[in-house]
Design a protein around this ligand. Structure first.
Ligand code: F6P
Length: 494
C-alpha cells in the first residue's frame, strides 16, 4: 500500500477521533522574521519540521514549539497562538517564549552541548554543567506548562513529543494532568541513542530516563537505538525490559519502544522537482558563467560536526590528487546552512570548513575553475532541486546521524534517474538504501575511490540503482512513518 496524506488523515480520524492532537517540539515549523521588505515567514533547515508539517496540514491540531523568530511575538494572539501555514492555515502553532539566557542553557547548553554529543558518540566531549541541566529542567517545565494550558477542559488527548530537547516534559505533563483525563503520551527521538555505558556518563541519566518513561510509546529510527535505550533503562534504573517484545515495565506501567525510520514526502518532492522553475534553474547552473564543467557533485547539510563535511572535503582533495584527470572537470557544490552558531564547537567547525575549502581550492584552481563552491545558506526548493537534478553525485557522509533525510530528498528529486548517491555507513538511512555506494568517511582512500566510481558508473547501472532507490523511498515515505507511529500509539488508547 502506498501511504498518502489522505490515508494518515483517515487513520487519525478513525483511531484518534475524539482525542485532542498535540505535537510538542523545540523547533517551530514556521518562523516570522523581520526583513527590509517587511515580515517574512521562513521554514527551518532540518528533518523534524519537514516531516511533521504534512501531518499537521492534513490532520489539524496544535503544535507547541519554541518561538525563535524576531517577529514571532507580534504574530500571535493573546494565547500565544497563530494559524499556519500562512496563506492557507490548517493548524495552530502555539509558541513558548524563552529569554536569551534560557535559550543559552536549554538549547545551546544542555540540548546541544550535552545530549547532542553524548548521543552521537563522535569524539566530541559532552559538557556536563549544572547550570545547563537546571536550564533544561526549567525550559521543559515551560513546555509542559504550555501543553497543560492546551489540555484545560479536554477529556482525551494524544500528545506527541519530539526529540532530545524535551526528555523531561512528558513526566511533567503526566504529573500535572487531572486523574480523570485520558492521555496517550508518545515521544519520537530523532537522533541516535548511545550504548548504555556511554549514556551512564550523564550525571542526570536517571532523571532523563524517568522523564521519558512517562510516555506510553517511545520511537527511534532504528532497532539498535531501541536496544541501546532498553539497556540504558535496565542498567540505570533497574527496570524490567523485554528485548524481544521491545517493552519496559516501570512503576506499574508498560512502555513500548519501537523503531520507525523517518522519511520524506516523496510525491511532493517528485512533483516540485519537475516544475518549469526548476528546469530554468538547471539551465542557469549549467551556464558558462556558473558550472560549465562535465561533472557536478552536491552536498547539503546543516553545518554540524556530525555531518562529516571535513571528511568529505578531504576525500575530494584525495580524489583530485589520485585521479588528476578530473581536475578542471569536477565541481563540488556544498550548500551548508549555518546552525547553532553560538556554540564554540560550531564556530570552530565553520572556521575549519572555510579554511579547508580555501586550501583545497588554492591547491587545484586553474583559471576560472575551482573544485569546491561553498554556499553558506539554506537553498530555496527550486535551487535545491535543480542542483539535485543536475548533480552526477550527491555525497552524504555523516560520522554519525540518526537517519539523514538529505539522502531521501535527493532520491525523491532525482526524477531523471541519472544521479548516484554516496552515503556514509554511519547514517541511519543507509540500512534502507541498498543501491547507494556506501563509504566510511574516515577512510580517505576508499572514499576518494567511491567518488571516482560514482562518476565512472555507466548510465544503465545508475538508472537501475536510482530506480530501486526511488521505489524504496516512494514506498517508505513520510506518511508510512506517520501511519506506523500513529497506529502503534492508537493501540494504547483502549
Ligand atoms: O536531527 C536532529 C534535529 O534536532 C532534528 O530533529 C532537527 O530537525 C535538526 O536536528 C535541526 O536542529 P535545530 O533544531 O537545532 O536547528
Amino acid at each position: 500500500m502506498l501511504y498518502t496524506a489522505k490515508e494518515v488523515q483517515k487513520l487519525v480520524k478513525s483511531k484518534l477521533g475524539g482525542y485532542k492532537f498535540i505535537i510538542v517540539s523545540n523547533r517551530e515549523p514556521y518562523i516570522h522574521m523581520h526583513t527590509p521588505s517587511g515580515v517574512r515567514v521562513k521554514t527551518p533547515a532540518g528533518g523534524l519540521t519537514a516531516a511533521l508539517d504534512p501531518l499537521m496540514q492534513a490532520c489539524g491540531g496544535t503544535w507547541v514549539a519554541g518561538g525563535s523568530g524576531d517577529a514571532d511575538r507580534e504574530n500571535v494572539d493573546k494565547k500565544d497562538r497563530c494559524r499556519v501555514p500562512p496563506g492557507k492555515p490548517r493548524y495552530i502553532l502555539k509558541r513558548v517564549w524563552m529569554s536569551k539566557e534560557e535559550v543559552d542553557k536549554f538549547y545551546f547548553g544542555f540540548s546541544n552541548q550535552t545530549l547532542w554529543p553524548l548521543c552521537h558518540n563522535v569524539f566530541k566531549e559532552p559538557i556536563f554543567k549544572r547550570s545547563f541541566w537546571d536550564g533544561y529542567k526549567h525550559s521543559n517545565a515551560l513546555y509542559a506548562e504550555a501543553v497543560g494550558k492546551e489540555l484545560k477542559g479536554v477529556k482525551e488527548a494524544f500528545i506527541w513529543f519530539h526529540d532530545y530537547h524535551l526528555a523531561l516534559a512528558p513526566k511533567m505533563v503526566r504529573n500535572g494532568a487531572p486523574n480523570k483525563q485520558k492521555l496517550v503520551l508518545a515521544h519520537f527521538w530523532h537522533i541516535p541513542w548511545p550504548t548504555w555505558n556511554t549514556f551512564m556518563l550523564l550525571p542526570w541519566a536517571e532523571e532523563v530516563l524517568e522523564g521519558m518513561l512517562a510516555n506510553d510509546l517511545i520511537g527511534f529510527h532504528l532497532h539498535p537505538y531501541c536496544i541501546n535505550f532498553l539497556a540504558s533503562v535496565e542498567n540505570v534504573l533497574g527496570a524490567k525490559v523485554d528485548y524481544k517484545a521491545l517493552t519496559v515495565r516501570y512503576r506499574g506501567r508498560t512502555i513500548q519502544v519501537k523503531p520507525f525510520p523517518i522519511s520524506v514526502d516523496f510525491a511532493t518532492i517528485d512533483k516540485l522537482a519537475r516544475r518549469p522553475e526548476v528546469r530554468r534553474e538547471m539551465k542557469r547552473v549549467r551556464a558558462p558563467q556558473y558550472i560549465p564543467y562535465k561533472y557536478i557533485g552536491v552536498g547539503v547539510d546543516r553545518i554540524d560536526y556530525t555531518k562529516g563535511i571535513i571528511q568529505r572535503f578531504r576525500a575530494i582533495d584525495r580524489f583530485l590528487e589520485k585521479y588528476p584527470k578530473y581536475q578542471n572537470k569536477f565541481v563540488f557544490v556544498e550548500a551548508g546552512a549555518p546552525s547553532r552558531t553560538r556554540i564554540p564547537a560550531y564556530m570552530k567547525l565553520n572556521e575549519e570548513i572555510s579554511e579547508l575549502v580555501d586550501e583545497i581550492n588554492w591547491k587545484y584552481m586553474r583559471g576560472y575553475w575551482k573544485p569546491i563552491i561553498y554556499i553558506k545558506e539554506k537553498l530555496d526548493s527550486d535551487k535545491l532541486f535543480a542542483l539535485y537534478r543536475t548533480a552526477n553525485v550527491c555525497i552524504v557522509s555523516p560520522v554519525q546521524d540518526g537517519m539523514n533525510l538529505v539522502t531521501k530528498e535527493f532520491i525523491s528529486a532525482n526524477v531523471d534517474r541519472s544521479g548516484v548517491l554516496i552515503v556514509s555507513k554511519f547514517a541511519g538511512a543507509t540500512e534502507e538504501l541498498k543501491d547507494a555506494i556506501v563509504v566510511n568517511p574516515y577512510d580517505v582512500e576508499g572514499f576518494a575511490d567511491a567518488i571516482m566510481d560514482s562518476l565512472e558508473m555507466p548510465l544503465k547501472e545508475r538508472q537501475k540503482r536510482m530506480k530501486n532507490l526511488r521505489a524504496a523511498v516512494r514506498k517508505n515515505n513520510v506518511f508510512k512513518w506517520l501511519a506506523d507511529f500513529i497506529s502503534e500509539a492508537a493501540k494504547l488508547t483502549s
